[in-house]
Design a binder for this molecule. Structure first.
Ligand code: FES
Length: 153
């Protein structure tokens, strides 16, 4: 008698990566996991988008707040500082962990090796990062939308 076999369920590469990203986000390990996933399973995305990217209405980003926006291969960190809007690649210049805004200390911090960056210009204040965060042009368009990235060609 022939044994019944269960059909093998295949998981696509894209589905596997999606599941890893979901798990990293849910567990709060995205700062560490995302660069690893991006390194081993790079998305089919350019390093930076060719054109500007909308980052939401200025009215929803009060002074002192920040948001993370999809921006090519790595996300961008948009911060509304008292000096104005700033946008940087969220990839730390040390080992590409994702940095985040600390509104209480008013600085950008990397959770992996305690790199600290100045929100005004992205310069390194402390830790091992070898250079400032990559700055991204940021402006508010006529509709009040924060927009990041290069305008035109
Ligand atoms: Fe950011 Fe090392 S990866 S300090």
């Amino acid at each position: 008698m022939k044994a019944k076999t269960k059909p093998v369920q295949s998981v696509s590469r894209r589905g596997f990566i999606k599941a890893l990203r979901w798990a990293a986000t849910v567990t709060g390990l995205s700062a560490i996991m995302y660069p690893l996933i991006a390194y081993f399973y790079p998305k089919d995305l350019p390093e930076t988008p060719a054109g500007p990217v909308k980052a939401g209405p200025l009215a929803e980003l009060p002074v002192g707040a920040s948001k993370t926006v999809s921006y090519g291969r790595y996300p961008a960190l948009v911060i509304h500082t008292p000096e104005g809007l700033r946008a940087y690649s969220a990839a730390c210049t040390h080992f590409a962990c994702l940095v985040r805004w600390n509104p209480d200390a008013r600085r950008i911090e990397c959770p992996c090796h305690d790199g600290i960056f100045d929100a005004k210009d992205g310069s390194v204040l402390a830790g091992p990062p070898p250079r400032p965060l990559d700055s991204i042009p940021v402006y508010v368009d006529r509709e009040g939308q924060i927009t990041i990235g290069k305008v035109g060609k």
